[in-house]
Design a protein around this ligand. Structure first.
Ligand code: HEM
Length: 162
C-alpha cells in the first residue's frame, strides 16, 4: 500500500503544486455551479449513468456531494487522510455498480471544463500553464487512487462471492 507522499513523488507533485491548487479554490468555488451543470448534463445523457440519477431529491443531494468533491480537489492539503477519502470514493461507486469506465469518462469531462475555466481566467500563458500542470497532476492522482481501490474492491467482491 502506497503512502500519499509516495504517490505525490511518483507524479512529481510538489508543495508548490499544492499551493497553486489552493490559490485556484476560490475560482473553482465561483464556477462550481456551472462545472456541475456540465458534469450532470453529461451524466444525464448516457442511459448507463442517468439511471443512477432518476430521483430528483437524491439528485440534488448528489450534486452537492460531487460539488464538494470538486472543491476539495483544490483544498491544498494532500495527506494520507486525503488518500483514504479517494479510496472510499472509488469503493462507493463499486458498491452502487457504476462502471469504472464512466468514472474515467466523467473525470475527462470535468478536466476539459476546468481547463476551459483556466483559459477564460488566465490570459497569461505562463500563469495558465503552471496552474494547468498542477491541476492535471491532482486530477490524475484522484483517478489513479479511485481506480485502484475500485479494482481492488471489485476483485474482493468476486472472491467473496465464489
Ligand atoms: C457518490 C465523486 C463519478 C454517481 C460520490 C461521492 C463522491 C463522488 C465524492 C461520495 C462518496 C461517499 O459517499 O463516500 C465522484 C467523482 C467522479 C464520480 C470524483 C468522477 C470524476 C460518478 C459517475 C456516476 C456517479 C460517473 C454515475 C452516475 C454517484 C452516486 C453516488 C456517488 C450515485 C452516491 C453513492 C451512494 O449512494 O453511496 N461520487 N463521482 N459518480 N456518485 Fe460519484
Amino acid at each position: 500500500m502506497l503512502t500519499m507522499q509516495e504517490v505525490k513523488n511518483h507524479y512529481f507533485f510538489t508543495d508548490n503544486d499544492a499551493g497553486l491548487l489552493r490559490d485556484l479554490q476560490p475560482l473553482v468555488r465561483d464556477n462550481s455551479s456551472a462545472l456541475m451543470d456540465a458534469f450532470y448534463d453529461y451524466l444525464l445523457k448516457i442511459p448507463e449513468t442517468a439511471k443512477f440519477l432518476r430521483n430528483e431529491q437524491d439528485l440534488q443531494k448528489l450534486k452537492k456531494t460531487h460539488s464538494e468533491w470538486l472543491i476539495s480537489v483544490f483544498c491544498g492539503t494532500y495527506d494520507n487522510e486525503y488518500l483514504l477519502t479517494l479510496q472510499h470514493i472509488g469503493q462507493a461507486h463499486v458498491r452502487i455498480g457504476v462502471s469504472a469506465h464512466y468514472v474515467s469518462a466523467a473525470m475527462n469531462v470535468m478536466r476539459r471544463h476546468l481547463i476551459e475555466m483556466l483559459q477564460a481566467n488566465y490570459p497569461n500563458i505562463e500563469d495558465r500553464r503552471k496552474y494547468r500542470i498542477a491541476m492535471e497532476k491532482i486530477l490524475d492522482i484522484n483517478l489513479d487512487i479511485m481506480s485502484t481501490s475500485y479494482q481492488e474492491e471489485e476483485l474482493r467482491r468476486v472472491f467473496v462471492s465464489h
